[in-house]
Design a protein around this ligand. Structure first.
Ligand code: GDP
Ligand code: GDP
Length: 456
């Protein structure tokens, strides 16, 4: 099979985007109003920072894909955490601690015009203890007049303060250079040392009380826990290695499950934060849904987050022991109605309490991961595209009929397809192609992406 060399919209070679491991994580940390969000917006391009409006879903994004000097990384924005965790009044130090825990390196932002405050000093102590590399941003240095303010921040003992104006862009290039310099190539917190061939990384997700910690205990208890990391003994104290079906699996961010913070306010926000950060590290997500009660808005939101993150997905309907025939009847109706977007996700009906069908989990995860890594050879893909186009050509619009010229799979994990066409393809037609791709190649348990490039 011949692989055609393709160019992207910028005329650059369209390469396999598969990273060697999870992307390194850079967190932007600092007190409220120092300019964290302004800086993040500048790094990623302002438009991306607005809350996405997926139909029926609004979500607070905290992690963004970013690139500087050819390096890809994940940028975590803690700006606005306090606003989102409304009424919680989360201390700056707690916020910073959360962010530092999940980051490979930290951009610590201080308002140079104000100088170092007591809460800045508090964050400095946390940063020192964490051992994470830190780049110190002396922000709001809009002109030469504030340069002296920046110099004073040497006193924090974090090395050179980079004078920056996040608002105007001044100095942001230099500070980004310094940040990517200290950023590891693959994420350590993301388990970069556990790549293909190493333990698979699984995120156990679900809203509070669906049974995540029960399932974790069942999995860890019935089988052998190889390592139970404690802080300081491994590079990542929040993951657990659990042996299942004769293989070792890395359950990521289990500290977030075990800690069981009980919050009256902001609980949803923290659940969504954990979902997103765990997904950054995971290859596959097992989303637990409580089968004994109606499917909730939050269940749907978590599933949408997984799909958007491009990770493999398994849905576990837990508390099956609490369902009767009537409930099971309604559950099927709810699934048909609420989860239409993921007919492809493998499903297991389990009870973390009784252990029912827990042995079905590993095969489901295996299937999902296999799909996630599937590569369709270019020749086979084009034979398939040719056949569907012949049988179902794009409808004629305004006297024109866009034609599919050819396609290729640009990457795996998850499968991403690029189709080149002679004109704009309607959304309905794209969905049709996606549906047919699944019918032909399966992709059970994996989201797939299809993008269209128009060629004259
Ligand atoms: P955050 O709470 O740390 O995320 O801070 P924001 O990004 O929301 O910024 C707080 C305020 O500081 C906003 O009014 C920004 O416009 C302003 N600001 C941010 N960066 C700069 C800067 O470099 N120079 C000046 N003069 N103002 C800035
Ligand atoms: P988490 O908040 O998602 O970690 O949920 P927990 O594991 O703490 O479970 C919440 C409650 O549901 C606890 O009282 C569990 O004992 C109970 N629970 C969890 N899984 C099951 C199950 O499969 N069947 C039954 N009957 N109860 C369960």
């Amino acid at each position: 099979e011949e692989d055609v060399a393709l160019l992207d919209a910028d005329g650059l070679p369209l390469e396999d985007e598969t990273p060697d491991g999870p992307l390194p994580v850079l967190a932007v940390v600092g007190r409220p109003n120092v300019g964290k969000s302004t800086l993040v917006n500048r790094i990623i391009g302002r438009r991306e920072a607005v809350v996405e409006d997926v139909p029926g879903v609004t979500r607070d994004r905290v992690a963004y894909p970013a690139n500087w000097a050819g390096r890809d990384f994940t940028l975590v924005d803690t700006g606005g955490w306090e606003a989102k965790a409304e009424g919680l009044n989360l201390a700056v130090a707690d916020q910073a601690e959360l962010a530092i825990e999940l980051a490979d390196a930290v951009m610590f932002v201080v308002d140079a015009t104000v100088g170092a405050t007591a809460s800045d000093e508090q964050v400095v102590r946390l940063l020192r203890r964490s051992g994470r590399p830190v780049v110190l941003v002396a922000n709001k240095v809009d002109g030469p007049r504030q340069e002296a303010d920046a110099t004073e921040l040497w006193s924090l003992g974090l090395g050179e303060p980079f004078p920056v104006s996040a608002l105007h862009g001044r100095g942001t290039g230099d500070v980004l250079d310094a940040a990517v310099e200290v950023l590891p190539v693959v994420s350590a917190v993301g388990g970069g040392y556990a790549q293909q061939g190493g333990p698979r990384r699984v995120a156990l997700l679900g809203r509070p009380n669906v049974g995540k910690s029960s399932m974790l205990n069942k999995l860890a208890g019935s089988e052998r826990v190889v390592v139970h990391p404690t802080a300081g003994t491994t590079r990542d104290p929040v993951d657990e290695l659990i042996e299942l079906g004769g293989r070792t699996w890395r359950f990521v961010d289990t500290a977030g499950i075990r800690r069981r913070v009980h919050l009256t306010k902001g609980a949803d926000f923290y659940a969504s934060l954990r979902t997103q950060t765990a997904l950054e590290k995971a290859e596959v997500a097992v989303v637990l849904v409580d089968a004994s009660v109606p499917i909730a808005e939050q269940d749907i939101r978590i599933i949408s987050t997984v799909v958007e993150s491009g990770r493999a997905l398994v849905v576990a309907y837990n508390k099956w022991d609490l369902t009767d025939e009537e409930r099971r009847h309604y559950l099927e109706r709810e699934i048909e109605k609420e989860l239409v977007q993921i007919p492809w996700a493998p499903r297991v009906n389990v009870s973390a309490q009784t252990g029912r069908h827990m042995d079905k989990l590993v095969p489901a995860i295996d299937t999902a991961l296999e799909s996630w890594e599937t590569r369709i050879p270019t020749g086979r893909l084009n034979a398939f595209l040719g056949s569907i186009v012949a049988a179902h050509p794009h409808p004629v619009r305004g006297g024109k009929q866009p034609r599919i010229l050819f396609g290729t799979q640009a990457s795996t994990r998850p499968p991403r397809f690029v189709v080149f066409a002679s004109g704009f393809l309607e959304a309905g037609y794209r969905r049709f192609i996606e549906r047919r791709l699944r019918e032909e190649f399966g992709f059970v348990g994996s989201p797939i992406e299809l993008s269209v490039r128009v060629r004259e």
